[in-house]
Design a protein around this ligand. Structure first.
Ligand SMILES: NC(=O)c1ccc[n+]([C@@H]2O[C@H](COP(=O)([O-])OP(=O)(O)OC[C@H]3O[C@@H](n4cnc5c(N)ncnc54)[C@H](O)[C@@H]3O)[C@@H](O)[C@H]2O)c1
Length: 475
């Protein structure tokens, strides 16, 4: 039926419904031409993310209907003009308009009926109290749901806006289902697909993204979304909704931390009369410990003879120089909170016989100076727990110097607490704590039985266990 329309049959002044029909026709003709499957897309929200998506996806040959509640933005995009200032976007929109690949409307209903995939790039600003305002997302979900109620074909709904973990599953999909009277994964399909572009280099970022993530409960729909990026080289990840939602927040939190870190180090450099640029230039060259995955696995508090001491020294020097470095100042407090959190988790189990496998501040050393697990052991003793320790790398009779003094001062009864083997530790404990990543401690959970429990502070076993036989310190 669609093929009866001719190119140019609808002029610039035709109504949106007629022009959306024309786009269906264009798809039918073009899909045979190129290698990529041409898709008929609606893009909701013609802000920074939405307009860049319109421009870049049209440049890849897709047929796009932009949707916004703002009539001026709709008028501009419909005329092939950019409502935002962003490099390359005006040219891409002008070309797409000339090729009749884009149109825009305020009519969400018509857009959903005419497209196979709706991409939601609606704003999610902050409320005054800091919470995320998802009212626009809720409103667009309701409009889309009402249109889905009348739609015969199956539509993929792709949420691109940044939303907190749980929003897609617990708010967005239920609203779509309620207003459409249809079922997700049966009558329509939902994908969460976070956006990573940066304003100012958004088109370049779209064409060369750091990664592409889809969160979905329907593999085939996730694959169709990935198809939009055919030929673009980037690591791709297909995962569940909340993981995809949280990755975006982990990324942005890390980016903010990096910027603040560089600024605070800059301030300290300036107060010492050192060149901040030279320090950070050298810092960035270290791809082994600095710009790398090292130290980026969730685990337990840091300790040892260097990190706590050196942060204290910087903190003191900053206060002396009246330099404000609140992020660096709060690092040791955050570390102490990890130790308090571990003690709370242990006390919550109600277990009193606690076995600690690994008390050195990290695997591969007998150094216990400022070991967070040593702190935990001390607090547990104060709380009248029976503490046993297995640390194959420590022979108390051979410890020397400040390391020995530290141990004797912090944990005077250390020698008496030592278990002769891991089996003995497990046997005599109700709760076993994995304290560091000594390879001997891998698989401890598989060795416990009955009512015994494991608390993993080393990120060794990466399990989640609803019976709470295994608990991770922060996973
Ligand atoms: N701007 C960025 O660089 C960037 C990067 C990655 C992710 N994000 C995320 O992407 C989302 C969009 O960000 P943005 O900067 O493009 O937002 P924006 O505020 O620039 O644009 C949002 C658009 O949505 C429109 N809108 C609101 N309600 C609507 C409705 N019911 N129907 C249709 N349109 C509606 C608004 O009129 C506006 O044009 C946010 O969640 C943001 O956090 C933004």
């Amino acid at each position: 039926m669609m093929l009866k329309f001719q190119h140019g049959q609808y002029g610039r002044n035709a109504g949106i419904k007629e022009r959306l029909h024309l786009r269906l026709f264009l798809r039918c003709t073009r899909s045979h031409e190129g290698e990529n499957r041409i898709m008929n897309l609606s893009i909701f929200g013609l802000g920074y993310v939405g307009v860049v998506s319109v421009a870049c996806l049209a440049a890849r040959g897709h047929i796009i209907t932009g949707v916004d509640v703002n009539e001026e933005k709709v008028r501009l995009v419909d005329a092939g003009l950019s409502p935002i200032t962003e490099q390359d976007v005006p040219e891409l929109l002008a070309r797409a308009h000339k090729d009749k690949l884009i149109c825009a409307t305020t009519d969400a209903h018509a857009a959903i009926l005419a497209t196979d995939m709706a991409i939601i790039c609606i704003g999610t600003p902050s409320m005054e109290n800091g919470s995320l305002d998802i009212r626009h997302i809720e409103s667009v979900a309701s409009s889309i749901g009402l249109a889905l109620a009348q739609k015969k074909g199956k539509t993929i709904i792709v949420l691109r806006s940044t939303v907190l973990p749980g929003t897609t599953q617990d708010t967005f999909i239920p609203l779509l289902e309620k207003t459409s009277g249809k079922k997700n994964n049966q009558d329509f399909f939902t994908v969460y697909h976070p956006e990573f572009l940066r304003e100012g280099s958004a088109v370049a970022d779209f064409n060369s993204p750091p990664k592409i993530i889809v969160g979905t409960a329907h593999q085939e729909s996730g694959m169709l979304v990935l198809e939009l990026y055919n030929g673009i080289s980037a690591p791709q990840f297909v995962t569940d909704f909340p993981t995809a939602e949280m990755v975006k927040y982990a990324d942005n939190a890390f980016h903010a931390v990096k910027i603040t870190f560089a600024n605070e180090i800059g301030l300290l450099c300036k107060s010492f009369g050192v060149s901040a640029h030279q320090v950070m230039d050298i810092f960035r060259q270290d791809k082994k410990l600095n710009i790398s995955g090292t130290y980026l696995s969730p685990g337990f508090a840091f300790g040892g003879s260097c990190l706590p001491k050196d942060l204290r020294a910087l903190d003191y020097a900053a206060r002396n120089a009246r330099v404000e470095v609140p992020m660096l100042n709060s690092v040791l407090e955050s570390n102490r909170a990890q130790i308090r959190g571990a003690v709370e988790l242990i006390m919550e189990t109600g277990k009193k016989k606690i076995g600690i496998a690994g008390i050195s501040f990290k695997a591969g050393t007998d150094d216990v100076r400022e070991s967070p697990m040593l702190e935990v052991a001390g607090i547990l003793l104060e709380k009248k727990c029976e503490v046993r320790i297995f640390e194959p790398l420590i022979d108390p009779d051979k410890l020397l110097g400040v390391n020995r003094e530290y141990l004797e001062k912090r944990l005077p009864g250390f020698k008496r607490m030592l278990a002769g083997s891991l089996d003995e530790l497990i046997d005599k404990s109700e709760l076993v704590i994995i304290g560091n990543r000594n390879p001997l401690f891998a698989g401890i959970t598989g060795k416990i039985s009955g009512a015994k429990q494991v608390l993993d502070c080393a990120g060794f076993e990466r399990m989640t266990d609803e019976t709470r036989r295994y608990t991770g310190i922060c996973w």
